[in-house]
Write a protein of this length. Structure first.
Length: 155
């Protein structure tokens, strides 16, 4: 998105779920300078945490080359999971501190691969607090929910 490798790409992500599990959607807003890209999608039967993870995976995966990225998420599950918990999970064979299997391990592994391609700073923002980027990501995630089952809708 940007020619300047040092200029961070700002990514705002969010997930939504109508029922948990239920119909879910994810959304991402990517900004670099004047450039802007919006992504969304949904799944028929999923959870909110899966949609939060999917939003970041899809956003990072959409970048054409390794980049400096600042990911803004209102999900402490995503922010703490990738920046604090994942090292221990991997060391323990993808098990939690109380020896239970890590939920959503397939998505954590995908996120780890996508994040490794970039220099990522993880930023937690309070959801539904008027933060412009987060509010737009929330709208996109809800668009993802609405897209489920509609012909020609985004995947």
């Amino acid at each position: 998105m940007s020619d300047a490798i040092d200029e961070p790409i700002e990514i705002y992500t969010d997930g939504a779920c109508k029922g948990n599990p239920g119909i879910g959607g994810w959304g991402a807003l990517l900004r670099s300078g004047e450039l802007r890209k919006e992504l969304f999608g949904g799944e028929a039967l999923t959870t909110n945490n899966r949609m939060e993870l999917r939003a970041v995976i899809e956003a990072l995966g959409s970048l054409e080359r390794p980049s400096v990225v600042r990911v803004h998420t209102d999900s402490q599950y995503v922010q703490k999971g990738i920046s604090e918990w994942i090292t221990g999970w991997k060391r323990q064979g993808w098990r939690t501190a109380d020896n239970k299997p890590v939920k959503n391990v397939d998505l954590w592994q995908q996120l780890e691969i996508q994040a490794a391609r970039h220099k990522v700073q993880w930023v937690w923002v309070k959801g539904h607090a008027g933060h412009e980027g987060n509010e737009r990501a929330d709208q996109l995630a809800n668009d993802g929910v609405k897209s489920v089952g509609r012909p020609g809708a985004a995947p």
